[in-house]
Write a protein that binds this ligand. Structure first.
Ligand SMILES: NC(=O)c1ccc[n+]([C@@H]2O[C@H](COP(=O)([O-])OP(=O)(O)OC[C@H]3O[C@@H](n4cnc5c(N)ncnc54)[C@H](OP(=O)(O)O)[C@@H]3O)[C@@H](O)[C@H]2O)c1
Length: 296
């Protein structure tokens, strides 16, 4: 299967497409869905304290009968219940029913308390203890990573970020920075052009390519992520779609095709920026009008 694993800077290999458990809720639902993803061929499960379904993910992993070494588990420190990193990883390991996770991420820079270097030292200790194989971050910008790298003994193996064509231009600096420092980028919510912004400019090249290559639009977007050198973190409730996600690893887009998607994304992001600016101006105008009316 062409989603070849990537070698992280920690020396460990990571499968380059992950099944995520955000929004899956609790109970039988997430157990069945993680089970379905594993049965289709996913070998990387992405969860987090904040998703509150580590226990369900752990149960599905356990019931799959796979050896621990055959499944890659990512979870995240989300600052749940105000607990510190040391206590949180203990809880996560217990929830998941494992004695180590493959990748442990600080979910967001604002959770790195009291500051990034101090929080990172706690992460380094976990790696040294062997309870996590690799450590990384999520939603870190260039400045956050620069602060981290200035104080680190062990560099982050990965930075999991929002990445889809409409935000590609704004995320390009962090992607370049990570590449320069051998930090793997993981892309979440890559399918936003289909799920939240259907009808936008990205639909045009994505649909054209889907027709030309005889694949589904979601497969084109995942192939675009792959072309950007990022690991895909996605999800689906549907077995056939999960299979299509895996099959998307076979799609190699040409430079021209990638550029067409980038350009459509950039045009959509400026439309979005103008829309936000226009809305902001309207709100300010309304506030000024109300204030003037109140003064009369
Ligand atoms: N680190 C972070 O801060 C962070 C933030 C957000 C997410 N994540 C991780 O990333 C994972 C994925 O996030 P996401 O759900 O935002 O990812 P996504 O990959 O952008 O979206 C997945 C959704 O797309 C839908 N979909 C697929 N193809 C479609 C199509 N052609 N038309 C309409 N809908 C389509 C699927 O619905 P069906 O179920 O109907 O197939 C599925 O619910 C999460 O579970 C989590 O693990 C991390």
């Amino acid at each position: 299967m062409p989603w070849e694993p990537v070698k992280l800077n920690s020396g460990h290999e990571m499968p380059t497409i992950a099944f995520g458990t955000w929004k899956l809720g609790n109970g039988a639902g997430p157990i069945d869905q993680v089970d379905q993803a594993i049965s289709v061929g996913f070998s990387h499960i992405d969860t987090a304290q904040a998703y509150r379904n580590e226990t369900e993910a752990g149960k599905a992993i356990h019931d799959s009968g796979l050896k621990r070494s055959e499944i890659f588990i990512t979870t995240k420190y989300s600052g749940l219940n105000g607990l510190d990193i040391k206590t949180s990883i203990k809880n996560s390991l217990q929830n998941l029913g494992v004695n180590y996770v493959d990748l442990y991420l600080i979910h967001h820079p604002r959770l790195a308390v009291p500051d990034i270097p101090t929080a990172w030292k706690e992460m380094e200790k976990l790696k040294e203890q062997g309870v996590v194989k690799s450590i990384g971050v999520s939603n870190f910008g260039v400045n956050d990573l620069a602060v981290l790298l200035a104080s680190t003994k062990i560099p982050p193996a990965a930075n999991q970020i929002l990445l889809h064509p409409y935000v590609y231009a704004t995320q390009a600096p962090i992607i370049d920075y990570a590449k320069k420092h051998n930090i793997t980028i993981e892309a979440y919510s890559a399918l936003i052009p289909l799920t939240e912004r259907p009808g936008g400019p990205v639909d045009v090249p994505v649909k054209e390519l889907a027709n030309k290559l005889n694949v589904a639009p979601e497969q084109v977007l995942l192939a675009w992520v792959k072309a950007k050198g990022a690991v895909v973190v996605t999800t689906s409730s549907k077995k056939d779609r999960l299979q299509r996600y895996l099959d998307a690893g076979d799609i190699a887009l040409s430079d021209e095709e990638i550029t067409a998607i980038d350009a459509a994304g950039a045009s959509g992001s400026s439309t979005e920026a103008s829309r936000k600016l226009f809305t902001g101006i309207l709100i300010i105008a309304a506030c000024v009008a109300l204030t003037i009316a109140g003064l009369k």
